[in-house]
Design a protein around this ligand. Structure first.
Ligand code: SF4
Length: 74
């Protein structure tokens, strides 16, 4: 198994995605379709909602495929 991680950089949050962990539950795309949209490239748009809202939603990813880092806002 590879440990491939994709990074999507927003102004206030970096979204991290490990495709091999994804179990395709659809939680991300159903909950925040403006941010997570698999018919768009890139499929993650970290500036489409507030960083906190994205973070709370990523916490619901059942597989751990999605993670995030909130960036310091100075
Ligand atoms: S919520 Fe997590 S496991 Fe479900 S589709 Fe999205 S990335 Fe994959």
């Amino acid at each position: 198994m590879t440990n491939d991680q994709k990074l999507y950089y927003g102004k206030n949050i970096t979204v991290k995605f490990q495709p091999e962990k994804c179990i395709h539950s659809g939680v991300c795309v159903k909950g925040l379709p403006a941010v997570f949209n698999v018919s768009r490239r890139p499929w993650v748009e970290p500036d489409a909602d507030a960083a906190e809202a994205i973070a709370r939603h990523i916490d619901k990813c059942p597989s751990g495929a999605l993670r995030y880092e909130i960036l310091d806002q100075e």
